[in-house]
Structures are given as C-alpha cells and as structure tokens.
Design a protein around this ligand. Structure first.
Ligand SMILES: [Zn+2]
Length: 401
C-alpha cells in the first residue's frame, strides 16, 4: 500500500516484514503491555494480489496467540484500488458522474451499491475464517467529504444511481445538488447518508458476531460533526461495535491533547481506543520515549486505551517500524491539557466557493493524488493545518475528569 500511495518510497522491507515475528511482539508486550493488535488482512487490492498477505498473516497468528494478544484483521473500508477492481462498478460518483479519488490509485465505493455491500460482506466473512479475534474495517465513511463554508457546504457523499434511487424511495424527492445546512433537504440528506452507512456497519458486525468475532471500524476524530463529514453516528457505532477506535491528530507532542473527549470516553459503553498522530502518515520519525510517555500519561488521565502506531514512520526518507528494543516501559510525564480550538470556517463568498468546489473539486483531487508536485504542495498545506497547536489563551485549567 505504501508503494501505491506514495511516489517511489524507500522502504525498509526487512523491518516491516519482522512486525509479526515472535521476538518483536514479545518486546512490544513487555514494554507497552500490548493487549490488541490490528493486523494486515486486506488493503483493497484484488484477491489474487492479496493471496500472499493472507498466507503471511495466517502463518504469524500463532505468535500473537502465544502472547495472548488479540488480533483484529484489517479490512479496507469504503475505498478500493481502482485498477484491481476496474471490471466492477462499486464506485461513488460526484455531481458530474465522475469517480471520486481517495489517495493515489484508489477510488471511493458506495455503501448503497448492492455489489459493493456484497463485496465488503464477503471480505468480512472470509476474514472470520482466520484464527483472529475480530475484524476491523478501516476508512469507514460514506463518499466525499464536504468542505463546510457555513451555512453552505460543498458536495458530500455520493450521487450514484443507487443513492439517487434509494433517496427517492425514502423521501419522494431528488437527491440535492446544492447544500445549505439551513435547508430541510440538506438535513434529510445528512440523515439518509448516515442511516445508510450505519445499516451497513450493523450488517458487517452481525457477520463477525455470527462467527464469534469482535467488530470495529475506525472513527476519525477531527472535532467536526461526524454525521455531516463522514456519515457516522458515534452513539450508533458504540451500540453496533465491540469498541470504538478514534484516529486523530491530537498527540500531546504536537501541542494538542484529547481532553475534549473526556466525557465521551467516560460515557462510552464499550472500550475506547485512541490513536493520535503527530503528523500525517509517513511525515515524521518514530515516536521517542517521550512521545510514548505523553500518550501513556494522557490515557491514564482520561481512561482510554492508547493505541500506538507501530509502523509507517520515516527516517531520512526511508519507511520503517517503531523499534520496541530502543524503548523502556512508559512513565508518567506532564503535558498540556489546554483544550483544542474550534475549526469552523466562515468566508465571504462562501456560496460561490462552494459552487466551484462542486464543479471542479473531484478534478482537483485527481491531480493532487496523481501528480507529485501537486501532492507535495498540498501535503505541506494540510500538514500545517492539521498540526496547528491549540491556542494557549483558552481554558488554562485541565478539563474536569
Ligand atoms: Zn452512491
């Protein structure tokens, strides 16, 4: 996947291939007390391409079992590698009927498309045949992400024929082609999209449970309205899944923290795992002892299960794993509990900008993902935006626990 997603990456393959070896896992458990591991099963390539991945995982599962580490088979969610599935029509469409790219070489798939639903159900079913403890579906969101320029919002979700038909059947109306959060039809579309995705989550969870396996999917936590942005409802996910796994950029070393999630963590009926990145994937060197200490300390204070990113670090341009042999068991350290600031955007001319995004957004994304210079420029901009530290002047006191 690293080879597909990035341009000519240098990869320490020997290091990556050792990830599931007994000495590495033993050390990880000794240092970090690992209880659960999310292990590679399907990254959205064809079955033929993934054969060696299936075999690799099957051979290594015993190493996890010996150490009593639960395994969750990673299944790519609502996007697939386009070239490896181009004979199928699983794809989301934008307002102009174009495919919607999702990183380089991949396109978004529609949760309302019966063929894709069947594909994903089969994938969960086949993962359940392995001696894993659970199945985890990553990148679980519905179609395009919106750009919010309140009260307007750019095109989001999917405009394929299946979505159009289903929306008409449910509401008697056409799918909206312009979005204004003050309008009933936009709100009806937000609800329709969320219900569709949560229904799919329920079906996948039922398959896993029928095999006695746990089920989970990823939840992006960017402080935004998840129903509008991703089509997910955290309350429903908590009811459907055996745990919640939040991914965000709130690593305390990046000047942020997870204290705004304190109440959600306390009220969740299922365990909450949080994986906080310092920067986008592949953009920084491995976590230091201090980085690990910060995550550990915050997880103890807030009561969540810390999920440590173990791979996809880069040093001098080479991709490698976290080296557990250089680490000590974490100790408690102080960190800033200043609350993160709101990220709502409000601009003059928001309606016109939204129109431009709807018209040209997909073309722009194609260029951004497929051409190195565009990618470099926008990667830099996104890094600056996502790693912006919280403003220190707000809420100087820690959030109550
Ligand atoms: Zn659709």
């Amino acid at each position: 996947m690293i080879n597909l997603k990035f341009f000519n990456p240098k990869i320490d393959e020997e290091d990556l291939m050792k990830s599931y070896d007994a000495p590495v896992l033993k050390k990880a458990k000794e240092i970090l007390g690992i209880t659960d591991a999310w292990v590679t099963y399907s990254w959205g390539f064809s079955k033929q391409t993934e054969q060696e991945d299936y075999r690799f995982l099957e051979e290594k599962l015993e190493n996890f079992q010996t150490l009593d580490i639960k395994t969750h088979a990673y299944v790519q969610g609502t996007n697939l590698v386009f070239d490896e599935h181009k004979e199928q029509d699983y794809w989301c469409r934008d307002l102009q009927g174009r495919l919607i790219p999702y990183h380089r070489g991949r396109a978004l798939c529609c949760p309302n498309n019966p063929a894709f639903r069947n594909y994903l159900a089969q994938k969960v079913e086949s993962a359940c045949q392995l001696a894993v403890d659970g199945v985890y579906v990553d990148n679980f969101h519905f179609g395009q992400f919106p750009v919010p320029l309140k009260p307007f919002v750019s095109f989001f979700g999917c405009h394929c024929s299946f979505c159009q038909k289903k929306f008409r059947e449910k509401t008697g109306k056409k799918l909206p082609v312009a979005f204004d959060l003050r309008l009933h039809e936009t709100q009806a579309y937000v609800l329709f999209r969320t219900q569709s995705l949560m229904q799919l989550a329920g079906e996948l969870s039922a398959i896993a449970k029928a095999h006695g396996k746990q089920f989970g999917s990823n939840s992006f936590d960017t402080g935004l309205d998840t129903k509008l942005f991703y089509g997910t409802d955290s309350n429903q996910l908590q009811a459907i899944q055996d745990y919640v796994l939040l991914e965000n950029y709130n690593h305390p070393a990046a000047g942020k923290n997870n204290h705004q999630l304190g109440q959600d963590i306390r009220q969740s009926p299922v365990p909450v795992f949080i994986v906080s990145y310092k920067q986008a994937i592949g953009k920084h060197t491995a976590f230091s002892q201090h980085d690990i200490n910060l995550i550990h300390s915050e997880s103890m204070a807030l009561g969540y299960a810390p999920c440590y990113k173990a791979s996809e670090f880069t040093t001098r341009g080479t991709w490698h794993n976290l080296d557990f042999f250089t680490l000590q068991p974490p100790s408690s350290v102080e960190y800033s509990t200043t609350l993160n600031t709101n990220t709502d955007i409000s601009l003059p001319g928001a309606g016109f900008i939204t129109y431009l995004i709807n018209r040209f957004g997909t073309l722009f994304l194609e260029r951004m993902y497929e051409r190195p210079t565009y990618r470099k420029l926008f990667g830099w901009i996104i890094d600056r935006l996502t790693t912006r530290p919280a403003k220190q002047k707000h809420h100087p006191q820690p959030a109550p626990l």
